[in-house]
Design a protein around this ligand. Structure first.
Ligand SMILES: Nc1nc2c(c(=O)[nH]1)N[C@H]1C(S)=C(S)[C@@H](COP(=O)(O)O)O[C@H]1N2
Ligand SMILES: [Mo]
Length: 356
């Protein structure tokens, strides 16, 4: 990982990544289900061209019965639809100092969709895992060079996580076939986890008798301070609340401008560790906090909750902030914890506003 120097601006390479991998425009937090084109997108390599007619999903490795399925065969299996909030583990990276050079997310790498697919668990039961099975490996068809080695995008899950009934082999997003950028024709959905676990363009499921040591597992997506540390693997999303920036933006700075008077502050909050217990809002840069009303409107344990609070905006400059806590007791920090990969920065959002 390369780090940006003190005060070093976004490079052309980071801009190239940012233009391909787009975030959720924060005003789209108003929608309980993110309109498909506004859901964030993260691509390590290129969007592969997959021929749906020739598509096969194979299940093999350390199993008693290997098999493969066509798209029609997959779609004929028992189906489940789940509302799931997904967030990139690199969300918040560009706000770290020093900034790790990679996809420069601010805070917008999130979205919620209704994913329809068949439970992974039943596929694994059908294949019948051998006694020595410890992990399940998921391989996408997209290829690239990373850390000087050519590779596919591959990630694994422990047998325990893979057997959770809500892990889906998904073929629909918001009632339509998956769009190319979200994994057409088939992807994994691992609710509650950061997005890297939800392998897109999935074609191979391989049961392993040893932990997977590929790049995206053993090196990337780990919290570490230095290259030589083994680090701890990322898994579930810690809590985060985001607000719809109120008022209107100035172009191009996007500084917010609003009229004095009552203003509804609203947004959404989520956690991969359980339901959101509370959301608090500060209008004075964190000196005082008020509890927002939280509505678990999607009624899904894996999807974000809406929150709102009326604020009496007085003329002047203000810094708005929001923070969440989940039922497991995790709370958002005011300041980020730095790490080399620039992962898991769930420090509170700060929105400066000018009230006229
Ligand atoms: N095959 C493949 N799967 C992938 C990726 C990828 O680059 N290739 N990116 C991962 C990462 S890091 C994230 S955050 C999510 C993003 O999913 P989305 O683009 O549908 O929002 O997909 C994951 N699955
Ligand atoms: Mo990601």
């Amino acid at each position: 990982v390369t780090l940006a120097g003190p005060g070093e601006g976004i490079s052309r390479e980071e801009l190239q990544l940012a233009a391909r991998n787009h975030g959720l425009p924060l005003e789209a937090l108003r929608h309980p289900i993110t309109p498909t084109g506004l859901h964030y997108v993260l691509l390590h390599y290129d969007i592969p061209a997959v021929d749906a007619a020739a598509f096969r999903l194979s299940v093999g490795g350390c199993v008693q019965r290997e098999f493969s399925l066509s798209l029609d065969e997959l779609r004929a299996r028992p189906a489940v639809e789940l509302a799931v909030t997904m967030e990139c583990a690199g969300n918040g990276r560009a706000l770290l100092e020093p900034r790790p050079i990679s996809q420069p997310w601010l805070q917008e790498a999130v979205g919620t969709a209704r994913w329809r697919g068949t439970p992974l668990r039943a596929l694994l039961k059908e294949a019948a895992l051998e006694d020595g099975a410890v992990e399940i490996l998921f391989a996408g068809v997209d290829r690239g060079v990373e850390n000087e080695a050519e590779q596919r995008f591959e990630r694994s899950l422990s047998v325990f996580e893979a057997m959770r009934p809500d892990v889906l082999v998904a073929y629909e997003m918001n009632g339509d076939p998956l769009p190319p950028q979200h994994g057409f024709p088939v992807r994994l959905i691992v609710p509650g986890w950061y997005g890297m676990a939800s392998v897109k363009w999935l074609t191979e499921i391989t049961v392993l008798d040893r932990p997977f040591d590929g790049y995206q597992q053993a090196h990337a997506y780990r919290l570490r301070q230095a290259e030589e540390e083994e680090g701890t693997p990322l898994a579930r999303m810690p809590p985060r609340a985001l607000m719809v920036p109120p008022g209107i933006p100035e172009f191009p700075s996007r500084q917010r401008i609003l009229e004095a008077g009552t203003c509804l502050l609203e947004g959404r909050a989520w956690s991969g560790h359980g339901a959101i217990e509370w959301v608090e809002v500060s209008a004075d840069g964190g000196r005082s906090w008020a509890a927002a009303e939280v509505d678990h409107d999607l009624n899904s344990p894996w999807a974000w909750s809406a929150w709102g609070l009326e604020w009496d905006a007085s003329p002047g400059e203000h810094e708005l902030m929001c923070r969440a806590r989940d039922e497991a007791g995790n709370e958002q920090p005011l300041e980020p914890d730095w790490n080399l990969g620039g992962y898991a920065n769930n420090a509170v959002q700060r929105v400066p506003v000018t009230v006229r």
